[in-house]
Design a protein around this ligand. Structure first.
Ligand SMILES: [Fe+2]
Length: 230
């Protein structure tokens, strides 16, 4: 199934220009390719087994094209978003539920609070995102002569899978009034790798790593608790 690109994907001319046009298939950014999951369905009745999923990803990662093979495993899983949600649990706070942390492969379920924003950041390794509840909007950025500039956007709905190559830079927004949950897979040690992030207002680059991300999630949960009046 091909996604409706006019709804979910567009190119933008730069950080200051939001004039957009739909992306044609041959024009889609190589850094992030979307496809609808092509699983055979089955609804939420078939259980999602997190250990089995991790085993399948590890096995796929040994194949000749590990990104494509792992992506296939992820797409198959999120093609039954209800089953994944039942298996991983309803998101209740911003955070990362780590399924696997190893030198060559990291897998976690990321939960975004309603309307949460995650500033532009890189990964230094290939990444896959598969959404099982809610929606995640991605802005894709690149480094130009004048610094960071936005050049594309993708909206990921339930069952959508995105691939980002090792040089990709993206920022993330949950536009919904409810939580978004996605399985994120990285071709390396996500938590131990020194990465970069960019201040959302000044676009000044800053260092990032697992500790920085954890602190960011803690602040987000404080913000959300205040919004909710808890
Ligand atoms: Fe990311």
């Amino acid at each position: 199934m091909t996604l409706s690109l006019t709804r979910r994907s567009l190119l933008i001319g730069g950080a200051a220009s939001m004039t957009a046009k739909p992306v044609l298939a041959h024009e889609m950014p190589q850094k992030m390719r979307l496809s609808a999951a092509t699983g055979t369905g089955g609804g939420a009745s078939a259980a999602f087994d997190r250990d089995r999923f991790v085993e399948d990803c590890i096995r796929a990662h040994l194949e000749t094209d590990p990104v494509a093979a792992v992506r296939e495993v992820l797409a198959r899983a999120v093609s039954r978003p209800g089953a994944v949600l039942a298996g991983l649990g309803e998101p209740k706070a911003a955070g990362l539920d780590v399924l696997l942390s190893s030198p060559s492969l990291t897998i976690f379920a990321a939960s975004w609070t309603p309307q949460m924003n995650l500033l532009a950041h890189d990964h230094k390794m290939w990444a896959l995102i598969g959404i099982y509840t809610g929606r995640e909007d991605n802005i894709l950025w690149r480094e130009g002569d004048d610094g960071l500039e936005a050049y594309a956007a993708n909206c990921l709905f339930e069952s959508d899978v995105a691939t980002l190559d090792a040089s990709a830079i993206h920022s993330v927004t949950n536009p919904l009034q409810r939580f978004t949950g996605g399985i994120h897979i990285y071709g390396g040690d996500f938590f131990a790798t020194e990465r970069r992030q960019w201040d959302p207002e000044t676009l000044q680059v800053e260092p990032s790593d697992g500790d920085v991300i954890r602190a960011m999630f803690a602040r987000e949960n404080e913000r959300y608790a205040k919004v909710c009046g808890d």
